[in-house]
Design a protein around this ligand. Structure first.
Ligand SMILES: [Zn+2]
Length: 63
């Protein structure tokens, strides 16, 4: 029997227009870690505003 793990996926372009970056992770915490790193490096967001976090959350998909 194969236990399936739901992979989470996020495309930055769903929140930031024109950004082609996307990522996957095994859970939301890991995903958010990757997203915040990307936001910091590529979008100069050292602190991600709550508004953006909510937006990101609503765009997370199960792959
Ligand atoms: Zn981006």
């Amino acid at each position: 029997m194969i236990i399936s793990v739901m992979t989470k996926k996020f495309a930055c372009g769903d929140v930031v227009t024109g950004c082609a970056w996307s990522t996957t992770a095994n859970d939301e915490n890991e995903l958010f870690q990757k997203i915040s790193e990307h936001a910091k490096n590529e979008h100069n967001m050292t602190d991600i505003p709550d508004e953006i976090i909510q937006k990101v959350k609503s765009k997370i998909q199960e792959a």
